[in-house]
Design a protein around this ligand. Structure first.
Ligand code: ADP
Ligand code: ZN
Ligand code: MG
Length: 598
């Protein structure tokens, strides 16, 4: 990838712009004196303000003055002014205060903000029941009740997530036939915690459970509970459960439960009274279910590690279901579901899209197809085509094409060689994923891109696969250095990514020669489970230095390999680069043909 680095040079140049526009402010009498001496070249008058330029520089109060600004006395009548001038009095003038609309507004701004805050607060108070009429609705549950007709989502709408569906099928069965389980003396589970990264379909699955079981669905987000006033959250929980019990069997769905269920007395913000009360209320509600009530609480979070252990005790959220980020087959299934909802060309290669969207969540995929539909509609296509989807994906990943970009020939050539370098190395190292497309069409977030398409999802990464990947990442810079003779800022994101991979090799995967099979733990990456976040580093400063050395060695090795390939296959590199300069974009077939490989 050829990254775009924001230009920090911009800031000083703006301030110098303002500097040069400034004139020296001088007394009015200085101006008339220069006038008498015939030293004024030109003036510009706006209301009482006069700005002007002198023929030659004059020193006034030890300041060399060439351009000046002064104000004409307006309230002194001409007669006096003449006398004053004759006496050689120094006349100082001040501009009349700026009473333009903007200045008034700026003066009033603080008051406006105060009034606004006041209004907001009083409105919030009223909503909390602080006002007279609101008195009786204090903390009324905001939960929405979804009747059977509303939650017509079923498991059929959820693609992938097979193990979650299997486990929840049991919950559906409880809800449908509670008596059967009760007769057997079986305890129905109270709480099911769904854990998974954002957009993986947790909310969707919860709705599907309600739809399948044909029961009312009460949903609320944890953040709705956390209010400014102590006690409101707790009373909302009470109301919510009262309603749900009243229409048992029912499902209560608490989204983002981590916002109330954080470990008590821990974390930032310290002891948060309101949150603790809310959580305590939730715990006691869940303990208070009696045998005849079939209310199942589903909760979702992407931070299970921060949850209070009391929530996870038996009888509460003792079932945990993982809703993982979709793997390639799941992505294919999700795409199919969302594709079926729109007119699609026959030849859309869903499998290829699934493979080229590694890291996309279910929500990302839904968004991808929506974006493609928008593009198709804008282009007045009758159906969504494969090209629409690819264009939508590139737009999401790389940003819009920047049509107005004018690059110098030298820059274009640099980008072309950079991308050709990635592609060349990818073709010539054994474990690299096949090159799918190489482009130097400039976009918002990158000037060029070499795209590799994995054959399938990988669950294990072999060392040789990783080192080959690092070599490919270094290919861009290696080609720049070899051909242009100078390196550029375009390799920034390549370097950042390869650094993070190399660190993981040493710290987590035990893949360094010096340390061998040791995992130090990352302690720095923000991983999805986040539990490592606040952890202490497990090694000494001197080990840290050795780790840095090791990481550097891995990266240097990768760079050397890239340089060697770029040097020995220089002919292929030139061919690729000139094809790019000519066509802007080359496909896998073209790359293979140019390089004579298959
Ligand atoms: P989460 O609650 O895990 O953040 P959501 O359930 O809100 O994710 O997912 C958002 C949207 O993404 C859903 O409404 C749906 O359109 C789409 N989506 C996510 N996962 C799936 C899936 N497994 N199958 C089909 N659509 C999905
Ligand atoms: Zn690059
Ligand atoms: Mg959600």
């Amino acid at each position: 990838m050829f990254a775009i680095i924001p230009l920090l040079f911009l800031i000083p140049s703006i301030s110098t712009l303002f500097m040069t526009a400034r004139q020296d402010s001088v007394p009015y009498s200085f101006f008339t004196e220069q006038l008498r001496e015939g030293n004024v070249q030109s003036i510009t008058v706006q209301e009482e303000t006069v700005t002007g330029i002198l023929n030659r520089e004059v020193t006034y109060q030890n300041q060399p003055i060439r351009e000046f600004e002064t104000y004409i006395p307006q309230s002194v009548s001409g007669e006096y002014l003449d006398r004053i001038n004759q006496e050689g009095v120094e006349v100082n003038t001040l501009p009349t205060p700026d009473t333009s609309g903007l200045a008034i507004l700026l003066n009033l701004l603080p008051f406006a903000i105060m009034i606004w805050i006041f209004v907001r607060m009083s409105r919030a108070m009223r909503q909390q029941g602080g006002g007279m009429q609101g008195m009786f609705s204090v903390g009324k549950s905001k939960a929405k009740k979804f009747q059977k007709s509303d939650s017509d989502t079923t498991f059929g709408d959820v693609a992938g997530a097979d193990s979650a569906k299997v486990e929840l099928q049991e919950v559906v069965d409880f809800l449908r036939n509670p008596e059967r389980y009760q007769q057997m003396g079986a305890e129905i589970p109270h709480g099911v915690l769904m854990v998974g990264p954002p957009g993986s379909g947790k909310t969707l699955i919860a709705r599907a459970v309600a739809g399948e079981a044909d029961v009312p669905f009460y949903s609320i987000s944890g953040s709705d509970f956390v209010e400014m006033f102590v006690g409101v959250g707790a009373s909302r929980v009470r109301d919510l459960f009262k309603d749900a019990r009243g229409s048992s069997p029912a499902i209560v769905f608490i989204d983002e439960i981590d916002s109330i269920g954080r470990q008590r007395g821990a974390g930032l913000g310290g002891g948060h009274d309101e949150r603790e009360q809310t959580l305590n209320q939730l715990l006691s509600e869940m303990d208070g279910f009696d045998k005849t009530e079939t209310v199942i609480v589903l909760a979702a979070t992407n931070r299970p590690d921060v949850l209070d252990p009391a929530l996870l005790r038996p009888g509460r959220f003792d079932r945990r279901i993982t809703v993982p980020a979709p793997a390639v087959r799941d992505r294919e299934a999700i795409l199919k579901i969302h594709a079926a909802r729109r007119p699609m060309e026959e030849d859309v290669d869903i499998d290829a899209i699934a493979r080229s969207t590694a890291g996309f969540s279910g929500a990302d995929l839904a968004n991808l197809l929506n974006e493609a539909s928008l593009m198709a509609a804008r282009a007045r296509h009758t159906k969504v085509s494969y090209e629409d989807i690819l264009a939508a994906r590139d737009k999401i990943v790389l940003g819009l094409e920047r049509s107005g970009v004018v690059m110098s020939d030298e820059e274009r050539r640099t980008v072309a060689y950079h991308e050709a370098g990635h592609a060349l190395v990818a073709v010539h190292v054994p474990q690299a994923e096949p090159v799918h497309k190489v482009t130097i069409i400039p976009r918002e977030r990158a000037m060029g891109l070499t795209e590799q398409l994995p054959e399938g999802d990988k669950y294990l990464y072999r060392r040789d696969y990783i080192t080959d990947r690092l070599a490919v990442m270094m290919g861009g810079r290696a080609a720049e250095a070899e051909v242009i003779g100078e390196i550029t800022s375009g390799a920034a994101s390549d370097l950042k990514q390869s650094y993070s991979i190399a660190r993981q090799m040493v710290l987590e995967w035990g893949m360094s020669e010096r340390f061998g099979n040791v995992a130090f733990g990352s302690g720095e990456r923000e991983v999805f489970l986040g539990s490592e976040l606040g952890h202490q580093r497990q090694y000494s400063d001197s080990t840290a230095r050795e780790i840095d050395d090791e990481v550097r060695e891995i990266l240097n090795e990768a760079y050397s390999r890239a340089v060697e390939i770029v040097q020995t296959k220089r002919e292929g590199l030139d061919k690729l680069a000139s094809a790019l300069l000519e066509k802007e974009q080359v496909t896998r077939e073209q790359v293979e043909e140019l390089l004579g490989v298959h």
